[in-house]
Design a protein around this ligand. Structure first.
Ligand code: XMP
Length: 511
């Protein structure tokens, strides 16, 4: 049976992906789509409910995003959040005004009426506001459902038409009962059954892949990262030995990564996994190269060449598996073009492999869902919670020329950092963390000797989408332990520094 779907129309708000994730976490599948979708397209999509996200615009600006009134006449329940709620009021003949002052932060809101939207909510609770405009007069047949001191229409609605506007942000954690409000909208108002589960996804997807692949042959490039590992495991479950995975060992992986990939997927799961040993090839090509973009180009090009050679040995296949995930393809209301993964080690592959069709089993999933699918498939936390690693891997975490000796130093330092982060229970909280081998040498004293060795920089960031990031506030004791261990256990490192720069102005990686 096809699962139910909710449509989240994106008006450019900063929390748009968060809304979609919350809905999915509540067990209902949803897609984030540009606001330009027409009533006809929406009808064809057949959602059980529609959510309008917030956005930076004012409904009175000529150029601000609009919707056709027909969308509100489809008989499909609608929840408008922030800009989305102002848009409902404006479109249906209400009045939206510029407030004297913007309202940001925590506010108390009081329920004015009973509504299925409020099932289980206390009469007064805390919400998160972030707006300048506000709804002054409601459209005809709408009523006030909740208010705050400065916002008379904090929640309004028409119960019969099942159309609701919420001025605050139920999707952020600061709105204490926000999740319950969203749940009520989905289950009490849209009639959700909660049929979107990871278990259900796995069995549905395995069935789909079986149907699609039939008796065909499938090829997958495994990078060691989470997405390709989960994609390959899912396809393996569907087609078994007809899947061949190729893992290119370019010698730039993190500590024990190649060994782990082989032991988990080939020895453990029994996958048909070919490892190509191309270490010397990559290291020779990188000799004397110090420019980061040059390193990226060399690695990207070589990777494709090596993979092509291997694919030629395997011969023609019917399908190529790619670990593309939802955030790689989601179309946003801000920029309409789809963002395609620029990951070098999958981007160029389709052009060199002789295949008929691409299989992208994770295309609809957010990263946290990919991880849950991995766990459902029986993969360990080490694989599922593995740090994202850039395609060029450690080559861009070693400043300057890449050498065997430097690789060993950075591998050991990075492994210690990762171990201690996990030991402190922070590995599921911090978005990305790794060690960098800087090209600075400093004087130290180790034992009774003067040393002149490398500075290791630790980088750890919190982020939602890697577009912006903040440095993670790791407890000092954890940093102290990491520094202690690195300077004691790692060869050619005598100093450790912690990077406290956000993105922007810095990037997450150092190169
Ligand atoms: P930056 O350094 O641009 O990184 O803030 C943002 C995210 O992208 C990853 N990254 C890369 N991934 N090939 C990749 O596949 C690359 O060349 C590359 N450079 C950066 C980085 O790890 C972070 O998650």
């Amino acid at each position: 049976m096809q699962h139910q779907k909710v449509l989240v129309l994106d008006f450019g708000g900063q929390y748009n992906q968060l809304i979609a994730r919350r809905v999915r976490d509540l067990g209902v599948y949803c897609d984030l789509k540009p606001f330009e979708m027409t009533a006809k397209e929406i009808k064809a999509y057949d959602p059980i409910g529609i959510i309008f996200t917030g956005g930076p615009n004012s409904v009175y600006d000529e150029a601000s995003p609009r919707i056709g009134r027909e969308i509100l006449e489809l008989g499909i329940p609608v929840l408008g959040i922030c800009y989305g709620c102002q848009l409902i009021a404006h479109t249906l003949g209400g009045r939206v005004e510029h407030a004297h002052m913007s309202e940001y932060g925590r506010r108390e809101f009081t329920l004015a009426k009973e509504s299925p939207l409020f099932d289980g909510l206390p009469p007064v609770s805390v919400c998160w506001m972030s707006h300048t405009d506000l709804v002054k007069d409601l459209p005809e047949d709408f009523e006030t459902l909740a208010f705050t001191q400065s916002c008379p229409q904090a929640v309004f609605g028409n119960e019969e038409k099942k159309i609701y506007g919420v001025q605050f942000h139920p999707e952020v954690a600061h709105t204490v009962y926000g999740n319950l409000l969203l749940k009520n909208f989905l289950y009490r108002i849209c009639g959700a059954r909660g049929d979107w589960t990871v278990k259900g996804f796995v069995s549905e997807e395995v069935e789909k892949i079986k149907q699609k692949v039939g008796s065909g042959k499938v090829l997958c490039a495994m990078s060691g990262g989470v997405d390709s590992a989960v994609a390959a495991t899912l396809v393996y479950r569907a087609v078994g030995d007809r899947l061949t995975c190729v893992f290119v060992d370019h010698g730039l992986h993190r500590k024990n990564e190649p060994e782990e990939v082989l032991s988990v997927f080939r020895d453990g799961l029994g996958m048909n996994l070919v490892k190509v040993d191309a270490k010397d090839l990559f290291l020779n090509a990188l000799k004397g190269v110090t420019d980061p973009e040059q390193k990226r180009k060399i690695i990207g090009k070589l990777f494709i060449e090596v993979f092509e050679k291997e694919a030629n040995r395997i011969g023609a296949v019917d399908f190529l598996v790619q670990g593309t995930i939802y955030s790689d393809v989601v179309e946003s209301g801000k920029g309409k073009s789809a963002v395609i993964k620029s990951h070098h080690n999958v981007g160029g592959l389709p052009s060199v492999v002789d295949f008929k069709e691409i299989v992208e089993p994770l295309r609809d999933l957010f990263k946290d869902e990919v991880r849950r699918v991995g766990t459902e498939l029986g993969l360990s936390d080490e694989i599922v919670w593995r740090q994202p690693c850039p395609g060029p891997a450690l080559a861009i975490r070693i400043m300057g020329e890449v050498t065997e000796e430097k690789l060993e130093t950075i591998r050991d330092a990075d492994a210690i950092f990762c171990e201690e982060i996990a030991r402190a229970g922070l590995n599921k909280e911090i978005w990305q963390y790794f060690a960098v081998l800087t090209d600075s040498k400093t004087v130290g004293v180790q034992g009774d000797f003067r040393t002149y060795e490398n500075v290791i920089a630790l980088r750890a960031v919190t982020s939602v989408d890697a577009m912006t990031a903040d440095w993670a506030r790791i407890p000092f004791e954890v940093l102290a332990q990491v520094s202690n261990r690195i300077t004691n256990e790692v060869k050619h490192a005598n100093r450790v520094v912690y990077d406290i720069t956000s993105k922007p102005p810095a990037t997450i990686e150092w190169e």
